[in-house]
Design a protein around this ligand. Structure first.
Ligand SMILES: Nc1ncnc2c1ncn2[C@@H]1O[C@H](COP(=O)(O)OP(=O)(O)OP(=O)(O)O)[C@@H](O)[C@H]1O
Ligand SMILES: [Mg+2]
Length: 262
């Protein structure tokens, strides 16, 4: 099982969209995919039709409402074959206050996922845009990190903030977390988009994916209608870009595994 976190402390950069796109594409390629919704706003859960908190959520894993149930009892199937979700609920917003400083609370998600290792090939964790106990859990549980970054002027400051937090978390987990910055909402017609992409590549080099996700109104419409991108025709720009991104990420992972074995 490979665990990917999708995180950025800046809001609205395409984290949830990226999680849903990659999760549904992995499932359509025959992989068993689990999407984990770590955002109390539960937009990912809503996207795949799981009602906010109605049947248990990540909140329960933290045991603040009694002993924690096994993670498998919280996993929901979606309307898509091989695509499951561990849902969020708004109660999760209180977790920082309740358990934020309690020892061991940073590894709750890692432990829960360890119990699901035989059930899934890929786990994609959609993070909230805030650094707190939920994001710390997501980063501690992950093998790789994707940082969607909107190609606009303000995005670079947000990205730097995210990478600084990541440095802190890497020190506490004692091993590096390889990362890929994914430029999103790119509009080649605007100077701001082109300049931002150029700056990203200059500053972060190989850590930036070769694939750039374009602004595509169909992505917005799909999220409003709750339709995962895998079910779009391949010719559509956004879907095509996410498909390319998945190929790139899987090739990268193959390379990492070959390096580790060598
Ligand atoms: N490539 C794109 N083209 C056009 N619209 C997009 C694209 N990617 C995402 N969007 C839209 O932008 C909005 C924000 O995207 P999304 O919810 O994925 O961001 P997020 O980082 O998860 O936000 P939050 O921080 O609030 O959780 C959504 O309405 C989504 O449909
Ligand atoms: Mg989101």
């Amino acid at each position: 099982m490979v665990v990917w976190a999708v995180a950025n402390q800046k809001g609205g950069v395409g984290k949830t969209t990226t999680t849903v796109a990659l999760g549904s594409m992995l499932a359509s390629r025959g992989e068993r995919a689990l999407m984990v919704d770590m955002d109390p706003h539960a937009s990912l859960s809503g996207y795949v039709g799981v009602e906010n908190g109605a049947h248990g959520s990540i909140y329960d894993l933290f045991g603040s409402s009694g002993s924690a149930p096994p993670a498998s009892s919280l996993v929901h199937a979606t309307a898509y074959e091989r695509l499951s979700v561990l849902p969020a609920s708004s109660a999760m917003i209180t977790l920082d206050r309740q358990v934020g400083t309690r020892a061991g609370m940073g590894l709750v998600l890692s432990q829960a996922l360890a119990g699901l290792a035989e059930d899934f090939d890929h786990v994609l964790i959609d993070c909230p845009p805030t650094l707190g106990v939920l994001m710390v859990n997501a980063l501690a549980a992950s093998d790789r990190l994707l940082v969607p970054t909107q190609t606009e002027a303000l995005a670079l400051a947000g990205l730097e903030r995210m990478l600084r937090s990541l440095g802190m978390i890497e020190r506490s987990r004692g091993r590096p977390l390889p990362r890929t910055i994914v430029p999103t909402m790119y509009d080649a017609r605007t100077h701001a988009s082109r300049a931002c992409l150029e700056q990203l590549r200059e500053k972060y080099g190989d850590a930036v994916s070769a694939t750039v996700i374009p602004t595509d109104t169909q992505i917005r419409e799909a999220s409003a209608a709750g339709v995962p991108l895998a079910s779009w025709s391949a010719a559509r720009r956004g879907g095509l870009a996410y498909r390319q991104l998945l190929d790139e990420l899987l090739a990268m992972r193959g390379q990492l595994m070959a390096d580790a074995a060598a």
